[in-house]
Design a protein around this ligand. Structure first.
Ligand SMILES: Cc1ncc(C[n+]2csc(CCOP(=O)(O)OP(=O)(O)O)c2C)c(N)n1
Ligand SMILES: [Mg+2]
Length: 803
């Protein structure tokens, strides 16, 4: 139903009735799903349920105003909307609840996310974009409250870009920027900082974003009184209201049970945002929670009798029904009959979903039991094995955990036997693991044909004419060629536009490529990140600049929860191939010299973390990533922009390989692994060490995640038999990760003649000034003495004690 009943004057009363009745069908179906869903959790078939009951009617209105090409960025209450746009059937709803690992059964996340977290597919089975302008899109939901807000800004901004930038192939992504990004959020979640940050950003940017607040006056048990000043979000946001002379928001309010008013308000918002790119806030008030917040509690504990009574009366479905009777849309009998029929349909859908979910697991159990029969018959531990087997048989509807754990336990009983069925059991276990484990662990990173891991290295070439330049020129000229080559590339951040970033790496580029492609933003790292995520999800290639590594912390939650999990949580059906550009490691003072790499790499698995030691390497990483579909963070060396580097003759061709180390100096006595700014200090110290006859091999790991995929580091350790990891993170930070990669994954421990060691910064933040740096970060003397001490221990005769 593309038309809207308020604006299409030609439709007959019969058509109108049909449309309303169809809406009511969806509302009732959705409600029945919620009611039955709760039962499924309480009877143990599902683990947790959070449902959209009490929010049905406004979502019908939103779905009516939602057009092909639009995007939703919302939260866990929106099942009715998903049903109304045709994206969620009853079977899928229950498959999600049961955590069905088949993407066909649960298209939202293949069982990875709890129910209520919705998504549509942006990629086909060959990992190519589908045409997003021909479907209604939902960006994949996440649970952290308000974390949908930063991404929403980017989804809306993409329309602005498509409308204003020429030369981009927009066929699959936009029709002249006519797409609206629709946000939904609960009233209590508007208390989060990122909500206000996103609202302000959208107001500044004037992007087509319609923000809907579903206000049920509670956030779990905590009432509006403790959430929102004046208990009224639209009231306190009034300063954002646009006027005749000033751009801002259009702010609309409407009651959540008033079907015709809702339809009108949502259509108005849609037209305004779509045509004029004015952001709109719709405050939907007087909503209810018929079953309370989720299956983990009951709202009778914290709502008064009066409130509960009011919620029963103002239940939006009840009110819609009353309105339908009043306006002669249907009779009471007709509606009662319809409700009965829908109840039946939902029950049947639920049964089908359960059967589809449980049947394969029962088959798996059966195949194991057959093997266990033979294993038991041939074992002296028959009694114990039969016990495990019978316990499994007794579980009529087992989980995979129960099946697999039974198989693995039995293996222990036959470990010392020549059991004829032993190999059968072992094969079963291996096959089961090979089949099932990926269902839970695949696609954290791109596994597609477009993974940047397929991009081959192209080394920089130099000639007699190659000029020695300030390194920032290399990065600038490289961005210039990227902008030239890819019209869909954009870069934005604090001071990135007019002045061309604080280190002049974008000098002159705004003038050349315009304000939409090279732009300044407000100081708001979380939504800078969100701009990147949202625009990347709509086919653009954003580079989000975080001014300094230290301030990545403000964006880290969004990187960690949203960007880094996107491919994983959608089984690769959504991706945001953006680059986060930042600069860091040592410079000056506590807040400009941090190198919190351990925290970053651990919190952002799903995104690559690249740490080039100079600007040529960095340029090569940008070029590599542009050919791929994988989000990544590039940390440029803050103290490297004014150092001299040779300008490569083949700048636009260079590609730095990802997940590969580089041996920057060969040596025979000890392997030192390092990266970034610290690597230069290691290189300097290596010359001093040569003078005392210590020949170090230096490895630049350059790509922390993924780390040395070819396992080349261990080859160096095989030669030197000694290993030292040097970085400027805290002790036990990234250096511990690197050690684990080398010692455990690459099994380098076997080749060591000395204890493997790390040399890091002090545990505290780096103090200010030259001396602060010297006494906080690893300095040349620290490195010299550390290496020397290792050599002294191995050969005290040759290397007498230094200190
Ligand atoms: C960052 C974060 N903090 C806490 C929670 C736990 N939590 C989940 S829902 C919720 C209440 C949200 O209330 P509201 O935004 O009004 O939405 P409603 O559930 O009422 O529709 C809370 C505190 C969370 N998911 N994320
Ligand atoms: Mg609420």
């Amino acid at each position: 139903m593309e038309h809207n009943m308020e604006t299409s004057h030609e439709i007959s009363f019969d058509d109108f009735k049909k449309e309303v009745l169809n809406d009511y069908r969806i509302a009732v179906t959705s409600r029945e799903c919620s009611l039955l869903g709760r039962r499924e959790v309480l009877t143990g078939k599902a683990k947790f349920g959070i449902f959209g009951d009490g929010k049905e009617v406004p979502q019908l209105a939103m779905a009516k105003a939602f057009r092909n090409g639009d995007f939703r960025s919302g939260y866990y209450r929106d099942q009715t909307f998903m049903m109304a746009i045709g994206g969620l059937k009853t079977e899928m709803f229950f498959a999600g609840l049961y955590a069905h690992i088949d993407i066909e059964a649960d298209p939202m996340s293949a069982g990875r996310q709890m129910g209520g977290h919705f998504a549509t597919h942006s990629f086909d089975d060959q990992d190519n974009w589908v045409n997003l302008t021909q479907q209604k899109n939902t960006s994949s939901d996440i649970s952290p409250t308000a974390a949908q807000m930063p991404r929403l800004v980017g989804l809306a901004q993409a329309s602005k870009v498509y409308r204003n930038v020429t030369g981009i192939d927009a066929e699959k992504f936009s029709n002249n920027g006519n797409e609206v990004a629709w946000g939904t959020i609960g009233n209590a979640s508007t208390s989060e900082g990122v909500f206000f940050e996103a609202i302000n950003a959208a107001g500044v940017m004037q992007i087509p974003m319609v923000m809907c607040v579903w206000d049920d006056e509670y956030g779990i048990s905590v009432p509006a009184k403790y959430q929102t000043t004046k208990e009224n979000i639209s009231e306190i946001l009034k300063g954002f209201q646009r006027t005749e002379s000033e751009a801002g928001f259009e702010i609309l309010t409407v009651n959540g049970w008033d079907y015709p008013a809702l339809v009108e308000v949502f259509e108005k918002a849609s037209v305004l945002a779509r045509e004029e790119h004015v952001p709109v806030l719709i405050h939907v008030k007087e909503l209810t929670q018929p079953q309370g917040h989720s299956t983990s509690g009951s709202h009778e504990r914290y709502k008064t009798k009066e409130r509960l009574q009011w919620e029963r009366e103002y239940d939006c479905n009840v009110k819609m029904r009353e309105w339908m009777l009043e306006y002669g849309i249907a009779t009471d009998e007709e509606l009662t009959e319809l409700e009965k029929q829908l109840k039946r349909e939902v029950r049947e859908g639920k049964k089908r979903a359960w059967s589809r979910f449980i049947t394969p697991i029962k088959e798996e159990k059966k195949s194991l039991v057959t093997i266990l029969d033979t294993v038991a018959a041939n074992s002296t531990n028959k009694v114990f094995i039969n016990k495990v087997k019978n316990d499994l048989i007794a579980i009529d509807e087992p989980s995979r955990k129960e099946v697999f754990s039974a198989a693995r336990k039995v293996l222990r009983y036959i470990v010392k036997e020549q059991n004829v069925a032993g190999n059968q059991l072992k094969d079963w276990i291996k096959n089961y693991s090979a089949e099932i484990q990926p269902k839970y662990s695949s696609l954290l990173y791109s596994e597609s044909q477009y993974s940047p891991l397929h991009v081959k290295e192209v080394k920089p070439e130099f000639s007699e004419e190659s000029e020695l330049v300030d390194a920032r020129i290399i990065i600038r000229d490289n961005f210039d060629q990227l902008f030239e080559k890819y019209p869909e590339v954009l870069i934005f951040g604090e001071d990135s536009g007019n002045i061309g970033d604080v280190n002049q790496g974008l000098e002159g580029l705004q003038k050349k490529y315009g304000e939409f492609r090279v732009s300044d933003t407000g100081i708001r790292e979380a939504t800078i990140l969100g701009q990147g995520i949202g625009m990347a999800m709509r086919g653009l290639r954003p580079i989000a600049e975080i001014q300094y590594l230290d301030y990545l912390m403000y964006a880290l939650q969004i990187i960690s929860d949203d960007l880094a999990t996107l491919s994983y949580r959608t089984l690769g059906k959504q991706k945001a191939p953006m680059i986060v550009r930042t600069r860091g490691h040592r410079l000056e003072g506590i807040w400009h010299a941090g190198s919190q790499m351990g925290g970053i790499i651990h919190l952002t698995r799903g995104m690559y973390t690249l740490v080039p030691r100079n600007m040529t390497k960095a340029a090569g990483f940008y070029n590599t990533l542009m050919e791929g579909d994988q989000p990544a963070l590039i940390v440029e060396c803050l103290n490297g922009y004014r150092l001299k580097e040779k300008m490569p003759d083949n700048l636009s061709e260079i590609r730095t390989p990802i997940g590969e180390i580089e041996v920057v100096k060969e040596g025979k006595d000890i392997t030192i692994v390092s990266y970034g700014s610290t690597l230069r200090v290691v290189e300097q110290t290596a010359q001093d060490l040569l003078e005392v006859d210590i020949d170090v091999e230096i490895i630049d790991c350059q790509s922390l995640v993924p780390f040395d995929l070819n396992h080349d580091t261990v080859k160096s350790v095989m030669k030197t038999n000694r290993l030292l990891v040097v970085d400027e993170d805290v002790p036990g930070g990234a250096s511990a990760y690197i050690l684990q990669e080398i010692l455990e994954k690459q099994q380098a421990y076997q080749y060591l003649d000395s204890a493997p060691q790390t040399l890091t910064a002090q545990e505290h933040r780096p103090a200010y000034g030259t001396d602060g740096d010297y006494f906080s970060k690893p300095n040349p003397e620290d490195i010299f003495e550390k290496v020397y001490a290792i050599m002294h221990e191995s050969n005290p005769g040759k290397y007498p004690k230094l200190l």
